[in-house]
Design a protein around this ligand. Structure first.
Ligand code: NAP
Length: 348
């Protein structure tokens, strides 16, 4: 079987024996439609002294995985062959000799595990969070980067109680957590956009006060109706594209727009006329990696906050479907065809 990267290294005998030397991994050797995803056999991943080895129970499927497979990811296409790096929940099987505070047998989620579409993942212990009791593995994948992004976006926007929040694509994996977290953190009015009647019902069921179809050209007017004449205090936009300018014009004085992705597929983003910001409006971008490097304390605070919101039930992670690992192509189709609501996970 073709093999590459981390999966080529020989692992300790005890591990290899338990897994009979070969494990399943899904990757693609070219960019293209979902059928380029292939299930292959590989040696189990090696783990170093500061790593943990985790038997995957649920693997989060991210929009970025789809864009990387297509070769259209805004930050660049990945090297081939490629196996996505994503959030994985499961059970610790082994720990490296320098790992402390984590034990084999513990239920954990690994944030952005490398070579994640696989039965086993190896990742630095620093990326591991132990799971609260009672939280299922599929739901727990959202404690990885996807749920964190939702909370970090609200931190970045410095949401304060009583404000109005607009979540674009509120039915997506990041969006559905953001809608609930905004409410839990004191937003007085939460408006969500989505692209189908089912998704609009879904965002209402999450607690959105208003749901607006963003496939209609008059969506900004409808958002303004729901928000009131002043406009929106905080806008979270992972859809991107030319309509970002509509966001800017919906901002209330002192409003903040946080751009964090381009799920709409437009890699070209519009220039924002400076005059549109004169009412003390702010536009900023967000990436998880930049925040992790530049503001680790804020990241820690966000993670604690997310765990609290999920544990006390104010944020309910929704699993759209648990798809067998071997059917990863179908899982990608659910995102690419804009069918999924909440999170899609792969189950080995
Ligand atoms: N900056 C960061 O660090 C960071 C981290 C994680 C994710 N992200 C980004 O956040 C965005 C959302 O990620 P996610 O995992 O929540 O994705 P998701 O679950 O697939 O949701 C994306 C949403 O985008 C909307 N959309 C609009 N045009 C689309 C199109 N042409 N194709 C597919 N979807 C379209 C869809 O909603 P409707 O059908 O309702 O329109 C869909 O629900 C992505 O752009 C991702 O790359 C950024």
């Amino acid at each position: 079987a073709p093999d590459s990267g981390r999966h080529r290294t020989v692992v300790p005998r005890r591990v290899a024996k338990e897994r009979e030397a070969a494990v399943r991994i899904v990757r693609h050797h070219e960019y293209g439609p979902s059928r380029v995803l292939r299930t292959e056999q590989a040696e189990p991943p090696a783990h170093g002294p500061q790593d943990v080895l985790v038997r995957a129970a649920a693997i989060g499927v991210d929009h970025a995985d789809v864009q990387r497979r297509l070769g259209t990811f805004p930050l660049g296409a990945p090297p081939l062959p490629y196996c996505p790096s994503t959030d994985v929940a499961g059970t610790v099987v082994e720990i490296g000799e320098r790992v402390t505070g984590i034990e084999p047998g513990q239920r954990v989620v690994v944030w952005q595990a490398p070579d994640a579409y696989a039965e086993f993942v190896a990742a630095p212990a620093a990326r591991v969070l132990t799971l609260p009791d009672g939280l299922g593995f599929a739901e727990a994948t959202l404690l990885g980067s996807t749920g964190r992004v939702a909370v970090h976006l609200l931190q970045t926007a410095r949401l304060t109680a009583g404000e109005t929040v607009l979540v674009r694509a509120g039915a997506g994996a990041v969006g559905h957590i953001a809608v609930q977290a905004a409410r839990a953190l004191g937003a007085e009015r939460v408006i969500a956009t989505a692209g189908s009647p089912r998704k609009l019902d879904f965002v209402r069921s999450l607690g959105a006060d208003a749901a607006v179809d963003h496939t209609r050209s008059d969506w900004p007017a409808r958002v303004r109706e729901a928000a009131g004449a002043e406009g929106v205090d905080v806008i979270l936009d992972g859809v991107g594209g030319p309509r970002l300018l509509d966001d800017v014009r919906l901002l209330a004085p002192y409003g903040r727009l946080v751009c964090y992705g381009a799920s709409g597929g437009d890699s070209e983003q519009p220039a924002v006329p400076l005059m549109d910001l004169m009412g003390m409006r702010q536009v900023t971008g967000f990436t998880m990696a930049t925040m992790a490097r530049g503001a680790p304390a804020l990241v820690e605070e966000g993670v604690r906050l997310l765990v609290r919101l999920v544990t006390d039930g104010s944020v309910r992670p929704v699993i759209h479907e648990r798809v067998p690992l071997d059917e990863a192509a179908r899982a990608h189709d659910l995102l690419e065809q804009r069918v999924s609501m909440g999170r899609v996970v792969l189950v080995p």
